[in-house]
Design a protein around this ligand. Structure first.
Ligand SMILES: [Zn+2]
Ligand SMILES: [Zn+2]
Length: 240
């Protein structure tokens, strides 16, 4: 108790978002006000891509886009909307090099998406890869950093180097859905197909925007022999 008080003076537990002092920080390190502003995704949503529907009533069903063009993954889910405090966390994590912020982000996903992952029953987790050039610029792959925490939380082995980005792509930000699809088309390759052949794969990334990156990864994994691909991201934009 005395040690705790002493540590709180030396390293006061501060909210990751607003930096206010939080006496009972808990593992998430978000103050009650910031935690309240986190928008968790709940039903009704698309059973395939996980997009939340605008109405609060009704049951989960396939959205129009997934009916017209079924994606190569069986299902994708995200824990929270990319908004408010989560948007700040993701931005500082990825572009501000605050790698320690992988923890609150992974914790948000770890608990919320646990039932989905349990039902899906994946055998291996595969992070969305970065091209080596982008990796050098950024210094880390955000999908691997989040994936490491999620792999430990869910007890699914993480395969770091099997799916690779074989050609550099321009950042997807600012591109239309069609341009995004074209941008990532043929961008990925599976280095050791025998490691994923016949396996149920859980793809992991930080953010779902149009789903084109996850779709292209899933397509390549399936082409290389994966039995099935499901996907999770921490956050997603509300509409593509
Ligand atoms: Zn706060
Ligand atoms: Zn859908």
């Amino acid at each position: 108790m005395i040690l705790r008080a002493f540590l709180d003076i030396l390293f006061p537990p501060l909210c990751h978002v607003c930096k206010s002092f939080i006496p009972a920080a808990g593992p998430l390190h978000l103050c009650p006000a910031c935690h309240r502003d986190v928008r968790f995704i709940s039903s009704p949503c698309c059973v395939t891509c996980g997009v939340p529907f605008a109405t609060e009533e009704g049951i989960d069903h396939r959205c129009g886009a997934c009916q017209t063009t079924p994606p190569p993954f069986t299902a994708a889910r995200s824990a929270v909307l990319l908004a408010g405090p989560v948007q700040q966390l993701v931005h500082r994590f990825k572009y501000g090099h605050k790698v320690h912020l992988r923890r609150p982000l992974a914790l948000l996903a770890g608990e919320t998406l646990a039932p989905f992952v349990q039902t899906a029953g994946p055998e291996l987790m595969v992070p969305v890869p970065l091209h080596p050039r982008r990796l050098r610029e950024r210094g880390f792959n955000q999908a691997i950093l989040v994936g490491e925490v999620l792999a430990a939380t869910w007890g699914v082995p993480l395969l770091r180097d099997t799916l690779r980005r074989q050609r550099p792509t321009t950042p997807q930000v600012g591109l239309s859905a069609g341009e995004r699809r074209e941008n990532v088309c043929g961008a990925f390759t599976v280095a050791a197909p025998d490691r994923i052949a016949g396996k149920k794969i859980l793809l992991v990334d930080d953010v779902y925007t149009t789903g084109s990156t996850l779709a292209e990864c899933a397509r390549e994994l399936r082409r290389a022999g994966a039995a099935e691909v499901v996907a999770v991201t921490v956050a997603r934009t509300s509409a593509p």
